[in-house]
Design a protein around this ligand. Sequence first.
Ligand SMILES: [Zn+2]
Ligand SMILES: [Zn+2]
Length: 368
Amino acid sequence: MDIVAAITRKKSVPFSIETIQLDKPRKDEVRVKVVATGMCHTDLVVRDQYYPVPLPSVLGHEGAGIVESVGTDVTKVKPGDHVVLTYKSCGSCHSCYEGEPGYCDSFFSENLGGTRSDGTLTLSCNGEPINGNFFQQSSFANYALAHETNVVKVPKEAPLEMLGPLGCGVQTGAGAVMNSLQPRAGSSIIIFGAGSVGLSAVMAARAVGCSIIIAVDIKLSRRNVAQELGATHVIDPRKSNVVEIIQGITSGGAHYSLETTALPMVFRQAVDCLALRGVCGLVGAPALGTEVSLDMNNILFGRTVRGIIEGDSVPDVFIPKLLELYMQGRFPFDKLIRFYDLKDINQAAQDSESGVVIKPVLLMPHGY
Ligand SMILES: [Zn+2]
Ligand SMILES: [Zn+2]
């Protein structure tokens, strides 16, 4: 079928909106009429080829929409169901069997390979091959082809156009707190970086009852949003010694910290600000090969550094949980979102990179 998609043709060039062709679903696939798709930092670093995803390609991995058609073997959803699209895992490696799909052995090939698992393409432009299957969805388009395993059914009462970011950025930040660090009620947590991932972590920390929630960010507008969402303190790292201030507020050090910026210097602060036996979660993804130095004695005294992918989320379980908290008013992630039409995708990217907008969400050209 013909679809309208934003194509990344070359490294770091603007997205171009084109009419291209999308395959029909195979027996285990689901075709989704996309309503809206969030833009995540990963889309932009792939556009700029920090990760070697083959081009030309259709990116987009925070899609939400309505199931349009399904393959013959699909039982999880049916046409008309509302779904959020998320990352895909293989289902048959050690981590997948242990219920840790974020650490799937095939994570890179399943999500960044540009093709179906068997290497075939799902997109073309009048005969020219186009790489798709980005996070097995390529949802910068008004229709997307997903696999049965990476669609998550959501209730029809929920505001579908808002839900795409639950599939990546929001579950990454919230999951890092609720699934990975699991702070006890009354504990302290420091969130480094108040972008969409960090702010999702702030909301989650409030939801689970942390008593001290400190957000660290260089941008005043983001610090203000952090306070609105539950941060008890905010710090501008350019104006002060972050570690000392945190030690002061927490009377000696934080129980938990979360690094979302991918900057080595900030990661070091996230470790140094911990109390004895404190845990630092790392979700910021730097360029391959990035190194950082740490004081070994700091780690020796019971501290833990823990890498976290996709918030340790099992999406079929975790996304409905977040949605329930949202519907109860306890996880207001809608405050992060600004909508753009798909045709304005380059403006959305620019606003995201400059920090004017925390989470751009692209509305697809057909409404619903
Ligand atoms: Zn796997
Ligand atoms: Zn993402």
